[in-house]
Design a protein around this ligand. Structure first.
Ligand SMILES: [Cu+2]
Length: 161
């Protein structure tokens, strides 16, 4: 095997203008895009967003999420109940063939609770997604301000309308 090339990104305190969109992670029939974590506003509760595209011909199920923040990670959905937006935990989430699970503020998200290592802006969260068919997919998710995450996820690069 060749030498391992290690690149150091030097933080120079540049103004916080535009963030690169995260690269697409492809494993088997799955593509993971738009993975971002807002820096938690509370000490031990945070959230995480990503998009899963199932390009296979069989349904796929997102079974579990783990992160380097520790604690628990569970899939939540925002739902209107009696006129009030509430968060509901969803179980393992099935993604039909050619379908997409898209997480964004106000919709699906992964809720991080009982965090032991609080992510700060500029950190990278190591995330492992476990799928029933594809198995484990590892992601390195940038931690941004909530404003940046909301802006990135409200304005997808590929407009479909
Ligand atoms: Cu939640």
């Amino acid at each position: 095997m060749g030498a391992v090339l290690v690149a150091f990104a030097v933080s120079c305190g540049a103004p916080d203008d535009s963030h690169e969109r995260t690269p697409v992670t492809s494993v088997g029939n799955l593509q993971i895009t738009d993975a971002y974590a807002p820096a938690p506003a509370a000490p031990d509760v945070g959230s995480l967003y990503f998009t899963v595209i199932n390009q296979g011909s069989e349904p796929e199920t997102l079974v579990a999420v783990e992160t380097s923040a520790g604690g628990t990670a569970s899939l939540h959905e925002m739902t209107r109940v009696d006129g009030v937006m509430r968060m509901l935990a969803t179980g393992p989430f099935s993604i039909a063939p050619s379908d997409t699970l898209r997480m964004a503020p106000g919709g699906y998200h992964v809720m991080l609770e009982q965090i032991s290592v609080r992510p700060e802006v500029g950190d990278t969260l190591d995330v492992v997604l476990s799928f029933a068919r594809t198995g484990r997919i590892e992601l390195r998710v940038p931690v941004l301000t909530y404003t940046d995450v909301a802006r990135l996820l409200e304005d997808p690069g590929d407009h479909e309308h």
